[in-house]
Design a protein around this ligand. Structure first.
Ligand SMILES: C[S@@+](CC[C@H](N)C(=O)[O-])C[C@H]1O[C@@H](n2cnc3c(N)ncnc32)[C@H](O)[C@@H]1O
Length: 226
């Protein structure tokens, strides 16, 4: 297992960059297919005007959700950002096999992309089961810092949704506290079932299934950018 280590401590990327070796098919896709669908992190939305809407999925893991949503809505483009090579390879394979043309990828840290997105330029963002870093001494590694939340707010259009799911209650509290303190997101659940039920059309992800298997309860939120 190798880990990322980018230059500034504030933006250091923790977690896995690579897992088991890629198959020959996957390695070929990384070599030839990925360059065709990779965004330029300096100009992330370049060439995407033809789509009806532009979304972002942060940390798509095995790409189960990303591929499913792209299949559901061919009229919108979803940019996926993921530093884990094996996840990127899975996404490329799903796109290749499913002939999907509405996904673009950033193989790396989403924080390289965010500053280059214009204000109010995205129609929605998914951040599903971000790395939990449950130990208190690791909490500061959590991606949903106050600054990060402010950046997501800046790039979302007014009225656009921010999807956030987590199975770690402490991370749920952490995020709700920061969303509330930011003040620029609407969130009005009618009852508990609202955030204990998966999103409409939810395909399931590997991480979510593991959480349930291990007895944790996934929570699903949709905040609205005001
Ligand atoms: C716990 S996994 C969840 C994956 C997937 N969303 C799911 O539900 O199965 C969190 C993912 O976020 C990715 N990640 C961590 N830091 C990231 C960053 N700075 N930018 C983009 N992705 C990141 C990790 O590589 C990992 O695949």
């Amino acid at each position: 297992m190798s880990t990322h280590n980018t230059s500034t401590p504030a933006n250091r990327l923790y977690g896995r960059a690579k897992g088991k070796p890629l198959s020959a098919y996957q390695a070929g896709l990384i070599e030839t297919f990925l360059p065709k669908i990779a965004i330029d992190p300096e100009a992330p939305l370049q060439g995407l005007d033809g789509f009806a809407a532009r979304w972002l999925e942060i940390g798509f893991g095995g790409a189960e959700h990303l591929l499913h949503r792209a299949r559901e809505t061919p009229e919108r483009v979803i940019i996926g950002a993921e530093p884990f090579l094996n996840g990127v390879a899975k996404c490329c394979a799903g796109m290749d096999r499913g002939k999907l043309e509405n996904i673009r990828l950033h193989h790396g840290d989403v924080r390289d992309v965010l500053p280059n997105l214009a204000d109010e330029s995205l129609d929605g963002i998914y951040i599903l089961f971000p790395d939990p870093w449950p130990k208190s001494r690791h909490n500061k590694r959590r991606i949903l810092s106050s600054d990060f939340i402010a950046e997501l707010h800046r790039i979302l259009k007014p009225g656009a949704p921010l999807y956030f799911a987590s199975d770690i209650i402490d991370y749920v509290d952490w995020t709700l506290t920061r969303i509330d303190a930011h003040g620029g997101f609407g969130f009005a659940p009618k009852n508990k079932a609202d955030f204990l039920s998966p999103y409409e059309g939810w395909p399931g992800t590997r991480y979510q299934k593991k959480a349930i298997r291990e007895g944790r309860v996934p929570h699903y939120f949709i905040f609205t950018r005001q």
